[in-house]
Design a protein around this ligand. Sequence first.
Ligand SMILES: C[S@@+](CC[C@H](N)C(=O)[O-])C[C@H]1O[C@@H](n2cnc3c(N)ncnc32)[C@H](O)[C@@H]1O
Length: 202
Amino acid sequence: MDKVYSNDSSFFGEEPSNFALICYEEFIKYRVKRLLELVCGQGRDTIFFATNGLVVHAIDSSKVAIENIYQKIIEKKISLNLKHFQARQDLPFDNSYFDEVYSLMFYNMSFTDEELKSLFTESSRVLKNNGLLYFSVRSDNDVLYNKGKRIDRNIYETNGFQIRFFTKTQIKSFLSNYFEIKKIMESYEEPVSLYLVFCFKK
Ligand SMILES: C[S@@+](CC[C@H](N)C(=O)[O-])C[C@H]1O[C@@H](n2cnc3c(N)ncnc32)[C@H](O)[C@@H]1O
């Protein structure tokens, strides 16, 4: 992504995502203070959360994206804790540190089943008891589901990007050890179909 981000400092736009707006309403209700965002990109949601009073930590594997965010907040009186980090390994945070772990289309990247289980385990580890895990993933209603080159069970490659598509049953199965699901909503954000998943640590 470094090359893409170098050519455009707001590749996904400046406005917060629809999912971030929905989640923020819930964060107020549940008095979320300290939030971890997994793969923040150039910070459209990261900056929105921090501007609205949350203490935000965020990781992304792109150094350029992180530099873009620091440039954007120079004028704003907010602070952010950003880490350049490749999330296939343990997360670089203490146990029970966060009220919320948030991500937009993170878990649907081309992780193996084992990596994915480990990432959900890690997400649980860094959350406080009853902490919230809110995330969106590409769904089995997506137009690209079952299209392109099949890489693995539920992982398909189109235009060089490998994406995992989830059924609701698979989401429930991955989460069952550590999380209780409050709700799963369906959302279409052109051109992708998503499941929006709201759960908390058991
Ligand atoms: C589709 S973008 C989404 C960015 C952001 N969530 C948004 O919606 O604006 C995916 C991001 O994941 C980052 N990324 C991909 N694989 C990663 C990994 N294993 N660990 C950390 N970041 C990763 C990329 O650098 C990119 O910024």
